[in-house]
Design a protein around this ligand. Structure first.
Ligand code: C2E
Ligand code: MG
Ligand code: MG
Length: 686
């Protein structure tokens, strides 16, 4: 056997072996990574293994059998069919790779059958005429080589444009192997088209089989790398996504508190080493809740997004801004040279927030209160910087909003304590920590209890009973007063109705109303609902609003008052005399009772001014036909004064202190107990 022939046989067997290995690798990868195109490529390389194996055997048998011997024909048929199937599956896989989806099974099996038939036809054609060796070579070898070459070019191009795939080394190796294989096929084709050249270069052509082997291995290795790279990229993308979710605010895309604290920690580290100052600015939008409540949450969200954008544009690239939650933001300013720099930045931020914001075609104006804390002057840990800036922000709010305040230690303690209370306050209602005490209101005409004022207390798990003066302003500021107030209303109505049903038919409930509740759109329907639920008749509910609230009320608050009056609910003006109003202004409001403030009652009868004012209020009540209540009566001579002035009702420690519902019940249902408490001055009248 001539050397080139041996070489050809070895080359073909090596190709077959390499194709088996490649098919094996592809099959393994397909099971591991589940890519449809790999299934077809596995079959393609299996077909190639069969093709090369059959081809090698045919060449080997050529020495002993003539070309038309059945065994050689059979081998040629197998090689031919397998050779075309290789092309079909290669192209199918390539097409799937560029589409990113697999073809329907029915469709592919038909195509494969047609191609197998084509392969068989090309082998059988002219087989009965063995003398036409050249034509047979063209039909069996050249046509297929040409088709394979084209298929590899198509494959290479598809890989270049394939979607979803990361641009990595693996992909380039696979692409290069495809183009290499295409070049190899076409190169062979060119050299083997003329029999003469084929004979002259037989040794060279035979050795080309080994180039195929090398390229198959390159292809297999490239594909492994490619898929591993893709896997790694997918893992990295997932990690990035998780990080984005874990460390960013979903609404604004800004870093969240955790990430901000990390950044702050790093900034502190640098500041310590570089010996420079950094600033933390804490922002809380003023009256954001109003926007949210009146325009809806979508508008609130849009507003927050705009603010986030503005903040991002206001700070320098190396600084950072976070949304801490709700309408709170914080800015970290690196490398501040002096406190004045931070103040300047604060002013820029305040100005940026203040620019009108258009949401849903509506122009909104929001302002922000801002607290500044500096490292190393005010705090030196991330948490403390944020806390102190927060405390300073509280001070800014208290100072009248729309301003910036620098942290001051003494402010800090009170504000921090308030902060602690505030976060608990939100949960007080849920945790059942609210209790009502009741303070009887005594009628001067009968000496009997005609009403009870519900007074809220917070039973704090650590601090014990907290009085309203300490937490009501906070509840007002945070809006917690609305749900709290509605709890008070329901509880008091329920309790008083229960006492009424047990015989105290003249008893009314006096409930304090906050300004927030008064401005609430559905106050009336809410009150109506509670009355219906508890069964308390409207005329036995008296809502107390302080004089200062009454004087500042307009718009919805006044509408609410009128509507409540329309329902039959009583309205009283509390703390009368503290609101700096002229008494005649009270005629503008639909009022049932006036409560003379404790500060005047205290001066009675010693102070002539206080006595004169108290007497004037009582006279005014009489002329307007309004019930007058003196509150905060502590001493017998005070009571004697009001008895003399014919003040309709009394309330104060002298009569009864605010007590629990149970203690109040004892007073109500044991008249002897109440009578014993009444001082002689009042008993004389009663
Ligand atoms: P207010 O409505 O003027 O209630 C009367 C306050 O005076 C009560 O204080 C009561 O305990 C106190 N008091 C009554 N008699 C005397 C007395 O003889 N001497 C002295 N020194 N004080 C007397 P309290 O319970 O601390 O409530 C303070 C304020 O908190 C209330 O003033 C009211 O404005 C507000 N408040 C209480 N409960 C509620 C509530 O449920 N909702 C709202 N919005 N405010 C409430
Ligand atoms: Mg009151
Ligand atoms: Mg009062």
């Amino acid at each position: 056997m001539a050397v080139p022939v041996v070489f050809t046989i070895v080359g073909l067997f090596a190709q077959s072996g390499a194709a088996v290995v490649t098919a094996f690798v592809f099959g393994g990868l397909q099971r591991r990574y589940w890519r449809p195109f790999l299934q077809h490529w596995t079959w393609s390389w299996s077909a190639l293994a069969v093709h090369a194996g059959a081809g090698a055997s045919a060449v080997a048998l050529a020495a002993w059998y003539p070309i038309d011997a059945p065994v050689r024909f059979a081998l040629a048929l197998v090689a031919g069919i397998a050779g075309y199937l290789q092309i079909a599956w290669l192209l199918l896989g390539t097409a799937e790779l560029s589409r990113g989806r697999s073809f329907p099974e029915r469709w592919t099996s038909r195509l494969v059958a047609v191609v197998a038939l084509l392969g068989a036809v090309l082998v059988i054609a002219y087989s009965w005429d063995p003398s036409r060796t050249e034509l047979l070579f063209v039909l069996r070898v050249s046509v297929r080589r040409f088709a394979v070459g084209i298929a590899f070019v198509a494959g290479g191009l598809a890989i270049r444009r394939a979607p979803l795939i990361a641009r990595g080394v693996g992909r380039r190796v696979v692409m290069a192997a495809f183009f290499g294989l295409a070049a190899q096929q076409l190169h062979f084709l060119l050299l083997s088209t003329t029999p003469q050249l084929r004979r002259q270069l037989s040794f060279y052509l035979a050795s080309l089989g080994l180039v195929d082997v090398v390229l198959y291995f390159a292809l297999a290795i490239g594909l492994v790398i490619w898929l591993l790279e893709e896997e790694r990229q997918a893992a990295m993308d997932a990690a990035q996504k998780i990080e984005q979710i874990a460390y960013h605010d979903s609404l604004t895309g800004l870093p969240n508190r955790q990430l901000f604290l990390n950044q702050l920690g790093m900034a502190l580290h640098h500041a310590r080493r570089g010996n420079h100052m950094i600033a933390v600015l804490f922002l809380d939008l003023d009256r954001f809740k109003v926007v949210n409540d009146s325009l809806g949450h979508a508008a609130g969200d849009a507003l927050l997004q705009t603010i986030a954008e503005r903040l991002t544009h206001t700070i320098r690239a190396e600084d950072s801004v976070t949304r801490l939650g709700g309408d709170e933001f914080a800015v970290l300013a690196m490398e501040v040279h002096a406190p004045a720099d931070a103040a300047l930045l604060a002013e820029r931020i305040i100005a940026a927030v203040k620019r009108p914001i258009v949401v849903d075609g509506q122009e909104l104006f929001v302002t922000t209160s801002l607290g500044i804390s500096l490292y190393p002057l005010d705090a030196d840990t991330p948490e403390d910087l944020l806390k102190t800036a927060d405390a300073a922000m509280y001070k800014a709010k208290a100072q009248g909003r729309d301003i910036a305040e620098r942290y001051q230690p003494e402010v800090g303690v009170a504000a921090l304590e308030q902060l602690g209370l505030e976060s608990n306050l939100q949960r007080a209602l849920e945790h059942d920590q609210l209790v009502l005490h009741y303070q009887p209101i005594v009628s001067s005409a009968s000496g009997l209890i005609t009403g009870v004022e519900a007074l809220l207390r917070w039973n704090h798990p650590k601090r014990g009973l907290i009085m309203p003066a300490e937490f009501i302003p906070l509840a007002e500021a945070t809006g917690a007063i609305v749900p709290m107030g509605s709890w008070v209303l329901r509880t008091a109505c329920e309790q008083v109705q229960e006492w009424r049903s047990r015989g105290q038919t003249q008893l009314r409930a006096a409930v304090n109303l906050s300004v927030r509740q008064l401005q609430h759109g559905d106050l009336c329907s809410h009150v109506e609902h509670i009355l219906a639920e508890t069964g308390l008749p409207a005329e036995f509910l008296e809502l107390e609003i302080t004089e200062s609230i009454a004087m500042r009320s307009h718009g919805r608050a006044v509408d609410n008052l009128r509507a409540l009056k329309g329902m039959g609910v009583r309205v009283s003006i509390d703390d009368l005399g503290t609101g700096y109003s002229s008494l005649s202004a009270l005629r503008l409001f639909p009022i049932d009772s006036l409560k003379i403030d404790r500060s005047f009652v205290q001066g009675v009868p010693g102070s002539t001014d206080d006595s004169a004012i108290a007497a004037a209020v009582i006279t005014l009540g009489l002329t307007l036909g309004v019930n007058v209540i003196a509150e905060g009566i502590e001493r017998p001579e005070q009571l004697a004064f009001f008895v003399e002035q014919r003040c309709a009702e009394w309330q104060g420690y002298l009569l009864v202190r605010p007590v629990t519902a149970q203690a109040c019940e004892e007073l109500l249902f044991c008249p002897a107990g109440m009578a014993a408490r009444l001082p002689s001055a009042s008993r004389a009248v009663a």
